[in-house]
Ligand binder design. Structure first.
Ligand SMILES: Nc1ncnc2c1ncn2[C@@H]1O[C@H](COP(=O)(O)OP(=O)(O)O)[C@@H](O)[C@H]1O
Ligand SMILES: [Mg+2]
Length: 315
């Protein structure tokens, strides 16, 4: 059984600025930091670090993307299905102010130039029972899902970042849906006719995210009956639900440094553990531990621990 992650590869350009740009203004930045990014890349790193083999499929620019491949290669991700295109890699231009806040402009570049011919060529190498992991940062997700389903692949979807394209995908083919509370709210309010009703049910009763989580997971399971659902709730933990069981997982407390990639770390470790045959309960525990370590460190992909480290931490 193989694991394929068909997802984004991104370059994050972080410019330090005195203040965010205003219309018509020209502003100098005296510091530029460049990082590997993209939910696809982060999740491939987390999948690999959870201890399984992972194939990353995707696209990047032939002139600017080499360091992304170097990073993934050093991590041990299989890159034979990454295509180099004569264009810019997907990238984010990020302004960071002295208070540490961000202002982000995202350009899809090669990530939005995934072609059906690439999808067909990649999926030829996978077969029934293999896992395919998807996020919402590349083009042709709907087509990938159709083809993956035809071949009997097990589809895991993380509908992030959430946008209206999600509703055009064949969601019935998803075996496991992994999402956070904001994505869950967006998904429900646009799929259930009366969005106001959901608001009324969720908001007044909730005392916090956990109460909101209970309502959300119930709504998700009744809307997407055949799916296994994993809802993450930031520092309120996570809830897993399938036809037979509901499991709640708390967080492991750490000194929080940077929560970027917490969700991606959690996703990669959960899927990795399930693919290795672990129970959902064990997978949740491992994912929560890995994600908590990642929030205790600066950065996105570089903050993701490997399984050995997760098991050696004394929580
Ligand atoms: N402050 C935190 N301390 C410890 N673990 C955390 C913290 N924030 C998030 N996590 C872990 O990471 C998981 C995913 O975080 P979440 O914020 O829900 O994802 P996303 O990054 O997609 O919004 C949580 O379910 C939890 O296990
Ligand atoms: Mg969150």
């Amino acid at each position: 059984m193989k694991i394929l992650n068909f997802g984004s590869l991104n370059i994050d350009y972080v410019y330090s600025v005195e203040h965010f740009l205003r219309g018509g203004e020209t502003l100098s930045s005296d510091r530029l930091d460049i990082f590997c990014g993209g939910k696809g890349l982060n999740q491939s790193v987390a999948l690999k670090k959870s201890g399984i083999e992972v194939y990353h499929a995707g696209a990047l620019g032939e002139s600017d993307g080499a360091f992304l491949l170097d990073f993934l290669d050093e991590t041990g991700v299989n890159l034979e299905f990454v295509r180099k295109l004569p264009m810019k890699s997907g990238h984010a231009i990020i302004q960071k102010n002295p208070e540490g806040q961000n202002c982000i402009m995202l350009y899809g570049g090669a990530n939005q130039n995934i072609e059906r011919s690439q999808v067909d060529a990649v999926l030829e190498h996978f077969e029934e029972g293999d896992f395919i992991v998807l996020q919402n940062e590349i083009s042709e997700i709907g087509y990938i899902m159709e083809k993956a389903h035809e071949k009997g692949l097990r589809i895991v979807l993380n509908p992030s970042p959430m946008d209206s394209k999600i509703f055009t995908y064949p969601l019935d083919y998803v075996e496991l849906l992994i999402l956070n509370e904001i994505e869950a709210g967006d998904l429900l309010s646009s799929t259930i006719e009366n969005a106001a009703k959901i608001d009324a049910e969720i908001k007044p009763k909730s005392t916090g995210l956990q109460a909101q989580g209970d309502v959300l997971i119930k709504q998700l399971s009744s809307r997407f009956r055949h799916m296994k659902i994993l809802l993450t709730l930031g520092d309120d933990g996570s809830i897993y639900r399938d036809a037979d069981t509901i499991i709640k997982q708390g967080i492991y407390r750490v000194d929080v440094v940077d929560t970027t990639a917490a969700g991606d770390t959690f996703t990669g470790f959960f899927i990795g553990a399930i693919a290795e045959g672990k129970s959902e309960k064990e997978a949740l525990e491992l994912a929560a531990k890995a994600a908590s370590i990642s929030v205790s460190r600066q950065g996105a992909a570089p903050s993701i621990p490997d399984k050995k480290e997760v098991l050696s931490w004394d929580f």
